[in-house]
Design a protein around this ligand. Structure first.
Ligand SMILES: O=C(O)CCC(=O)N[C@@H](CCC(=O)O)C(=O)O
Ligand SMILES: [Zn+2]
Length: 343
C-alpha cells in the first residue's frame, strides 16, 4: 500500500488512491532522522529528532474544491519526504475532506467547517461522512497537541473563497476570550501576503476556532484567494505564503516585521447574518465581491417578507452565500477594527 507513496512522495495522490481503504497507522524514519507517521487517509505528521518548540497543524481541503491550499500542503509534504527540506518542529498535515476533492465540490453532504467543537454529534440521527471525518480530525488534532508540551501551538486552516475579494488574501482570527490577539502572528500572516484580518468576537463551529479554544493554539482560517480548479491556480501568487510556511517549519524562529497597522486592513465581525427562511435573497448583485461596503439603512437582504438592513454607519460584507440551509450563516458583516487588543 505504501509503495506508491515511497516512490512518488505524492501524499495527495496516495490519499485519493486509497480513499475507500482503511489505513492503519504506519511510521518510518527518514535518513535525516525525522519520524514520519501516517495516521489515516490524508493525515500525516513529521517529528524531528531534536527538540521542537512549536507544534504546527496545517490543514487544507476542509472544503474539497479549494485547491490552492491542497497544492501548497502537498508540495511541502513532498519536500519533507524527499528531504529537500527538514522540519525543526512537529508538524501535522490534514487533507480534510478527500471525498469532496474527488467530487470537486465544497462538500459532499454537509459543510464540514460548521461541524467542529462537537457540532458533528449534534442533531439526532444525523450521520454522514463529513460528520464522521470532522470528529476524526478533532481527534487527530487533539492527540497531536496533547502529545507534547511545547511553547507554542499553531494551526493554519487554509482555504480559498468562493467570490473574488477586494483584499485577495485574508484571515479570520477566531474569538479568544481572555487572550489578546498576537501581533507576531498577524505580522507572520502579513509576510504571507495575508494583509487583512477579521477579528471574531463570538464562538463558531469552525476548525480554527476548535484549535484556538480547546488547545489555546494560535489558530486562523486563512483565505488565500479565489477558488479555482486544480491546474488553474496561478502558483506565483502564493510565493510568499509558501516561503513563510517553509520558514515556519524549517527554522527555529521566523523573523517578522514590526507590527504596523498602516500595512493592514483590520476588521471586526459585527454580525453573522443567518438564514431563517427559504426565500432569503440578497439585495446586491451576484457579482458583488468580498469586502464591498454599504451604508447604514441600505437593504442587505430580504427574507420572510422583511428587509435586513445595514446597521452600522459602514458595514462591509464577506462570504455572501444565500444557498445555505436554513439556520446557517449567509454572510458576515464587518466594521473597521481600530481598537483590538493586539500585543
Ligand atoms: O467564500 C465563501 O463563501 C466561503 C469561504 C470559506 O470557506 N470560508 C470559511 C470561513 C471560516 C471562518 O469563518 O473561520 C467558511 O465559510 O467555512
Ligand atoms: Zn473554505
Amino acid at each position: 500500500m505504501f509503495q506508491q507513496l515511497m516512490e512518488e512522495k505524492d501524499f495527495l495522490a496516495f490519499t485519493l488512491a486509497n480513499i475507500d481503504k482503511v489505513i492503519t497507522s504506519h511510521s518510518f524514519t527518514l535518513s535525516n532522522q525525522t519520524i514520519v507517521k501516517i495516521h489515516d487517509n490524508g493525515v500525516i505528521s513529521f517529528t524531528p529528532a531534536t527538540g521542537s518548540t512549536k507544534d504546527i497543524v496545517l490543514s487544507c481541503a476542509i472544503h474539497g474544491n479549494e485547491t490552492a491550499p491542497i497544492e501548497i500542503c502537498n508540495d511541502l509534504i513532498q519536500a519533507l519526504l524527499n528531504e529537500q527540506i527538514q522540519t525543526e518542529h512537529r508538524v501535522l498535515f490534514l487533507i480534510g475532506n478527500p471525498d469532496s476533492i474527488l467530487t470537486e465540490t465544497r462538500f459532499v453532504e454537509e459543510n464540514m467547517n460548521r461541524l467542529f467543537s462537537g457540532a458533528h454529534s449534534k442533531g439526532e440521527g444525523l450521520c454522514n461522512k463529513e460528520r464522521v471525518r470532522a470528529k476524526a480530525l478533532e481527534g487527530y488534532v487533539s492527540n497531536f497537541f496533547l502529545d507534547n508540551h511545547v511553547s507554542q501551538r499553531i494551526h493554519y486552516d487554509l482555504h480559498t473563497a468562493i467570490k473574488p475579494s477586494k483584499h485577495e488574501k485574508f484571515a479570520i482570527y477566531p474569538y479568544r476570550p481572555g487572550r489578546s490577539f498576537s501581533a507576531e502572528q498577524i505580522m507572520f500572516l502579513a509576510g504571507c501576503d495575508v494583509d487583512t484580518i477579521l477579528f471574531h468576537h463570538e464562538p463558531t463551529t469552525t476548525f480554527s476556532y476548535y484549535s484556538s479554544e480547546q488547545f489555546k493554539a494560535d489558530a486562523f482560517t486563512v483565505e488565500l484567494g479565489k477558488v479555482m480548479p486544480f491546474g488553474q491556480n496561478e502558483m506565483s501568487k502564493f510565493a510568499n505564503t509558501r516561503k513563510m510556511l517553509n520558514h515556519l517549519i524549517t527554522k527555529q524562529q521566523v523573523s517578522v516585521a514590526e507590527f504596523n497597522s498602516d500595512r493592514l486592513n483590520l476588521y471586526k465581525v459585527s454580525r453573522s447574518v443567518n438564514k431563517h427562511f427559504d426565500d432569503f435573497t440578497f439585495a446586491f448583485p451576484k457579482a458583488t465581491v468580498n469586502f464591498t461596503g454599504f451604508k447604514q439603512g441600505e437593504v442587505l437582504a430580504t427574507e420572510g417578507g422583511k428587509e435586513i438592513l445595514i446597521e452600522y454607519p459602514y458595514e462591509a460584507i464577506v462570504f455572501p452565500n444565500e444557498n445555505v440551509p436554513v439556520g446557517q450563516r449567509t454572510v458576515l458583516c464587518l466594521i473597521p477594527a481600530p481598537n483590538e487588543d493586539i500585543q
